[in-house]
Design a protein around this ligand. Structure first.
Ligand SMILES: [Zn+2]
Length: 137
């Protein structure tokens, strides 16, 4: 009697646990790809936001002075320039741009989330007159 009883309890337990385990398996096998694609979507949205409007998205008509450096340095330089120059994306930006003597100066990070070319187009667009508050129309 006792043995039978205990078998019944075991069977009950495993029949309750089985669907639960399936759900767990399903969740763990799905969470990783979802997290990865959410990151990709976030990055794609970030890169898309950096895209300048088409009227500013062209080469600068003049000399371009460009410096590439780690983002830790671009932040320091762009912050310090923000105080004395009329510059875009400073303070707090990872890149910045300003025009002086008909020359477009841009400071770009080479270790940030978006490709360097994306930051270059963004900052050159500021030299082309794109306002610092990034209007998109
Ligand atoms: Zn900007």
């Amino acid at each position: 009697m006792w043995v039978l009883h205990s078998v019944t309890v075991m069977n009950l337990k495993s029949s309750v646990a089985a669907p639960f385990l399936l759900v767990l398996l399903f969740l763990t096998s799905c969470v990783a790809p979802i997290a990865a694609s959410a990151n990709n979507a976030k990055k794609a949205r970030y890169v898309a936001e950096l895209e300048p409007p088409s009227q500013y998205d062209h080469p600068y008509d003049g000399l371009v002075g460009e410096r590439l450096m780690p983002v830790a340095e671009t932040r320091v330089i762009c912050d310090s320039l923000g105080a004395s120059h009329s510059s875009a994306d400073a303070p707090g930006g990872v890149a910045c741009a300003w025009v002086s003597d008909n020359t477009c100066f841009i400071i770009l990070p080479d270790d940030e989330l978006a490709p360097v070319d994306t930051y270059r187009r963004h900052e050159v667009a500021h030299c082309n007159g794109w306002p610092a508050d990034h209007p998109h129309d």
